[in-house]
Design a protein around this ligand. Structure first.
Ligand SMILES: *Cc1c(COP(=O)(O)O)cnc(C)c1O
Length: 374
């Protein structure tokens, strides 16, 4: 057993090995059994507590502030892209998977000038290439990068890229949706606001904080979010206006996801009980190691080269003659939900090891796979 940790589904419910929604703890689910009014002080206090706790998790000396945005993680990313780029701005999008591609599509849909560096899905972005792109195109104002590409599980070198963005005097936006809560934050850590000009970093309720789906959160430098005033290309996804609402009267502009907020506060408490991000990272890392070792014994190799592999989600190559959907259904019937692959060139499937699960759950999954393969 991991100290300070309660596994989610040990009494017959299915266990999700997916990168959000994910398995949540019994207490997180239980928090959603009450109704609260959106104008009530309860909801205002809840919202304030969550925003403060998230800023605290960033562990930064910078003056950071937090905005919650209704919707899934993508709504938070789109709010940032649509609000932070001034009318004469231009984005450099780094893309080595579906989430980078989604940011490219957002820029296109919003009519924001952009260029893309596309790298293979099994290779991290190169800070040198980013530097060269910035030097050759003075119109670029912002660089956008996904920390862990959930498409594959590949981790991009955030610190190196941030340093190059800084040297070239541009601003940096980070999609840390799949890593925030699972990779340590603060000076010298994988997520470090002081390393470079990170203006906005996006996370989501239903990933490594282990809440349920319903809102995204954006950690912003106060000076950067102030610059977003009047720049939004959308009413609902106006990051600055949403933030102003929290700062002035403590409320969401439109209907708040009340039950999701209640569950999230509990999820934050459980993160603390587990020893904060360091504790959670330890559990996820062990989950990942047990998973990769167990599946290697059964003949499944991984897609992402080891040095770039995150401990969030792992892409496995399908062996000769392997058919995914019958495999998926057989696991489903045994109580385990895994994830299809998202690559076009190679046949793969994915297993995430985040959520209220520990090594015992992973061993259960590996045993189930062994039985199916027998
Ligand atoms: C989950 C995720 C998102 C958001 O996806 P939604 O489907 O909107 O929740 C964005 N980026 C990354 C890297 C993610 O893992």
């Amino acid at each position: 057993m991991v100290e300070g940790f309660t596994p989610g589904n040990r009494s017959g419910e299915r266990i999700l090995f997916t990168p959000g929604p994910l398995t949540t703890s019994p207490r997180v689910k239980g928090e959603m059994l009450i109704d609260i009014g959106s104008w009530d002080a309860d909801c205002v206090d809840l919202t304030r507590e969550i925003r403060e706790e998230l800023v605290g998790l960033a562990n930064s000396d910078e003056d950071l502030t937090c905005t919650l945005m209704q919707g899934s993680g993508s709504f938070g990313v789109e709010a940032v892209i649509g609000s932070a780029i001034p009318a004469d701005g231009k984005i450099l999008v780094l893309r080595n998977g579906a989430y980078g591609q989604r940011i490219e599509w957002m820029a296109r849909a919003l009519g924001i000038p952009h260029v893309v560096i596309e790298d293979p899905e099994d290779r991290p972005h190169s800070a040198d290439a980013v530097g060269a792109a910035l030097q050759s195109d003075p119109e670029i104002t912002h660089v956008v990068c996904v920390h862990c590409e959930t498409t594959t599980g590949l981790l991009n070198p955030l610190g190196e890229i941030a340093a190059v963005v800084e040297q070239n005097n541009r601003r940096f936006i980070v999609d840390a949706i799949s890593t925030f809560g699972a990779y340590e934050t603060g000076p010298g850590k994988p997520i470090d606001f002081s390393v470079g000009p990170i203006d906005h970093l996006v996370g989501s309720a239903n990933k490594c904080i282990e809440g349920v789906p319903g809102f995204a959160f954006v950690l912003s430098r106060r000076s950067a979010i102030e610059r977003c005033a009047g720049s939004a290309r959308s009413l609902c996804l106006d990051l600055h206006d949403q933030w102003k609402g929290f700062e002035t009267h403590g409320k969401f502009r439109y209907t708040p996801p009340t039950h999701v907020l209640l569950a999230f506060r509990q999820a934050l408490l459980e993160l603390r009980e587990e020893g904060g991000i360091a504790g959670r990272a330890r559990r996820y890392r062990e989950n990942h190691d047990v998973l990769v070792e167990g599946l290697a014994e059964l003949g499944f190799a991984t897609f992402v080269p080891e040095p770039y592999q995150s401990w969030i989600i792992t892409t496995f190559l399908c062996p000769e003659g392997f058919e995914f959907w019958p495999f998926y259904e057989a696991l489903h019937d045994k109580g385990y939900i895994i994830y299809p692959g998202k690559l076009t060139e190679v046949d793969t499937f994915r297993i995430a090891n985040i959520g209220a699960i520990d090594a015992e759950d992973i061993r259960g999954l590996v045993d189930a796979i062994r039985e199916i393969q027998a």
